[in-house]
Each structure stands twice: as structure tokens, then as C-alpha cells.
Design a protein around this ligand. Structure first.
Ligand SMILES: *Cc1c(COP(=O)(O)O)cnc(C)c1O
Length: 376
């Protein structure tokens, strides 16, 4: 059996090696390492793929979130609502900009931001909501958009884990993750569903003015060369990374299908086992399975993880500590017990290997190891 990894980027690369090597070599030959033609070319291709009017590539997903909040002109003390069960980046940029992160609980089944919790967290100081499309499935964006309209708030989608996921609105129309709010932010970190060979990220927006402002902020706040109208940052996608992404983008739908196939295999294998809860599929969104995350409810999660590791099956805990219990984010507003669903998830989630190269032999081995442990 081929050794099992959380993410197998080597085998994915080997399948596209000739085209990938040629694309990277072309950048080296041109020596246009920064702002080469491939950057804008990739942005145009990603616009066609996602349906976003503007795609603005930047250096990584965290900076995409920071630039989004800067472009919206939020001020010190403005409140930004974000889920407590997620990666740190969202709350981090909110705090860095002197804004006030307001965290909310998530839903037990989808693990995504709870709309009811958001509704209750809105105050006169709230300016924006940042839903995270966690693990590859869209948060329930339609009621969030309704809330935003009602209270005059911005929506910045964190779609770092969900590029290619599709949400269906109640009137039947569909849209891609990252293209439904005012701004969408994504990451091309290597293990993401569309990953480059280093760091990368992008912002999506349909708003021409916001797009212009985002481009200026990402480029030192510069309008004309050496004329700085805004305080900005230096955030660029390298040309080599753009060439890598432009080579992988035509394969993204196959990659998503391979992940969904592995997820279906896992779902079937665990269907009869009530000690394990498989990820709940949203009625409103497709799932692109950035992660396949179980909730271990009838066995010792940490002992299971240890047993799997011993058997050669890596498994990860995304995420072990909710934001409101992180040391750096201690806040008199929050204490242990305030967000019971997130706290319970942090104690029971386990993500299994999930990538584009999993074969049936590996999937059979992984599921057998899990079931042997929980049924013993
Ligand atoms: C990966 C990720 C980010 C940050 O992306 P980087 O490119 O690593 O900065 C932000 N939010 C979520 C939910 C992520 O998974």
C-alpha cells in the first residue's frame, strides 16, 4: 500500500509534472518574478471559474482578510462577528487592525457559524460579519446576507477552505463560495483545495470601487507610482505561484471530485457506527471536503488518534482550542462555557486523511483502523 499522508502533494504533482515544470520554467526564463503576466492571467481565469467580477491576487489568505477589512474602512472599536471554531486568521486581523472581534458559536452538524448566534451578537457597533466556510462547505449565507442588509453590515467571506463550493439560494439560483458577500477571501496555501507551491491568496469582489481600493491597498496604498493616497501593505502573489495555480486551476473540478469520492467512501464505511458522527451535509451547499472531520462521540478521541498514528494513519485535530479560549485572545467578555458547541467540537473532532490521491486500498485501511478501535 502507498504510505498514507494527510495530504499527498507529491503524487498530485507527478500527474501534471510536464505541464507544471514547463510553466515554472517559463517564469524563470522570463525573470519576471514579481508582477509577471501570469499573475493577471491567473486572476482572469479564476474570475471565469468563480463568477467573481474581480479577483485580486495577494500574498496569502491572512493578508487577503486584512486587506478586505482595510478596504471597508472599518474604524477602531468597530465590531466584527466571526465564529469561535475556526483557524485563528480571522480574529487575528480583526485584532491587528484595532477592531473588536465578537465571536459566536457554531452549529453542531455543519460546524459552521450559527445564524441565530450572529443575530443575537449584533449591536449598534457591529460593522461586519466574517463567515468562514469551514472544511469546504458554505456557511448558511442567505440568512446572513438578510441580516447584513437589515442592519447595514458588510459580509466578508473566508473561503480559504471552500473554493469551488456552490451555495443554492431559496429562489433556486446558485453562487460560488466567496462571491456572495461584499468581499471573499481565499488562500492558496499548498494543502488548500487549490494550493500553490508556497504562499498565496486572493480577494473576490463584484464591486468596482472596492476592487480598485483593494488593488491600491495591496500595493502600498499607491495610486500613481510613488504617490500614496492610502496606508497600504505590500501583498503580492509571486509570478511562479501564479503559474503553478494557473496550471492547477483546470484540474480543480477533478480534484474536488476526488475529495468528494473519498468523503463518500468514508460516509458509507461509518454509516452504521453510532460512536462516530460523519460531517453533516448542508441542504444549501455542496461540500468540497477540504477536510473530512468526524465527531467522535462514543470513544476516546485522543486515544483513537494515537492508535491511528501507530498504524500509519495520520489524523489531525482542527481545531483543538476555540478562539475565545486562546491565550492571546483572553477577554473579560468571554469565559469557558460561553460557546458550548464549539467547546464540545474542539474536544471531539478528528480529521482523517483527505486529498486528491486517496485510493480504495488506503481508504479501506483507514476506515478499518478507525472502526476496529471504536468498536473494541
Ligand atoms: C488557511 C486559512 C487562512 C489563512 O490562509 P494563509 O494563506 O495561510 O494565510 C484563513 N482562514 C482559513 C479558514 C484558513 O483555512
Amino acid at each position: 500500500m502507498i504510505p498514507i499522508q494527510m495530504v499527498d502533494l507529491q503524487r498530485q504533482y507527478r500527474k501534471i509534472k510536464p505541464e507544471m515544470d514547463a510553466a515554472i520554467q517559463a517564469v524563470i526564463d522570463s525573470a519576471a518574478f514579481v508582477k509577471g503576466a501570469q499573475v493577471e492571467q491567473f486572476a482572469r481565469h479564476l474570475e471565469s471559474y468563480t463568477g467573481a467580477r474581480h479577483v485580486i491576487p495577494v500574498a496569502n489568505g491572512t493578508e487577503a482578510l486584512q486587506i478586505a477589512l482595510m478596504a471597508l474602512g472599518l474604524k477602531h472599536g468597530d465590531e466584527v462577528i466571526t465564529p469561535t471554531f475556526t483557524f485563528i486568521a480571522t480574529a487575528e486581523v480583526v485584532a491587528l487592525l484595532g477592531l473588536t472581534p465578537v465571536v459566536v458559536d457554531v452549529d453542531w452538524g455543519t460546524m459552521n457559524m450559527s445564524v441565530d448566534a450572529v443575530r443575537k451578537a449584533i449591536t449598534p457597533k457591529t460593522r461586519a460579519i466574517v463567515p468562514v466556510h469551514l472544511f469546504g462547505q458554505c456557511a448558511d449565507i442567505e440568512p446572513l446576507l438578510d441580516l447584513a442588509r437589515e442592519h447595514n453590515l458588510y459580509i466578508v467571506e473566508d473561503t480559504a477552505q471552500a473554493i469551488g463550493a456552490r451555495y443554492t439560494f431559496s429562489d433556486g439560483h446558485t453562487a460560488q463560495a466567496g462571491t456572495m458577500g461584499d468581499i471573499g477571501c481565499t488562500s492558496f496555501f499548498p494543502s488548500k483545495n487549490l494550493g500553490c507551491y508556497g504562499d498565496g491568496g486572493a480577494l473576490f469582489t463584484d464591486d468596482d470601487e472596492l476592487a480598485q481600493k483593494i488593488r491600491i491597498i495591496a500595493n502600498h496604498g499607491m495610486t500613481i507610482r510613488y504617490h500614496h493616497d492610502l496606508i497600504g501593505v505590500n501583498s503580492r502573489l509571486d509570478t511562479i505561484q501564479a503559474a503553478v495555480l494557473d496550471t492547477k486551476l483546470p484540474h480543480l473540478n477533478e480534484y474536488i471530485a476526488a475529495r468528494q469520492r473519498a468523503a463518500d467512501y468514508y460516509d458509507r464505511a461509518f454509516a452504521g457506527c453510532d460512536r462516530i458522527l460523519v460531517p453533516e451535509r448542508s441542504q444549501h451547499s455542496t461540500h468540497v471536503f477540504h477536510q473530512y472531520t468526524l465527531r467522535i462521540v462514543g470513544a476516546d478521541r485522543d486515544a483513537l488518534r494515537e492508535a491511528l498514528t501507530k498504524a500509519g494513519v495520520p489524523a489531525m485535530i482542527y481545531y483543538p482550542i476555540p478562539l475565545h479560549l486562546q491565550k492571546a485572545y483572553q477577554d473579560p467578555r468571554y469565559k469557558q462555557g460561553d460557546f458550548p458547541v464549539a467547546e464540545r467540537l474542539a474536544a471531539c473532532v478528528l480529521s482523517l486523511p483527505m486529498h486528491t490521491e486517496l485510493d480504495d486500498e488506503q481508504l479501506a485501511f483507514i476506515t478499518k483502523q478507525v472502526l476496529n478501535f471504536v468498536n473494541k
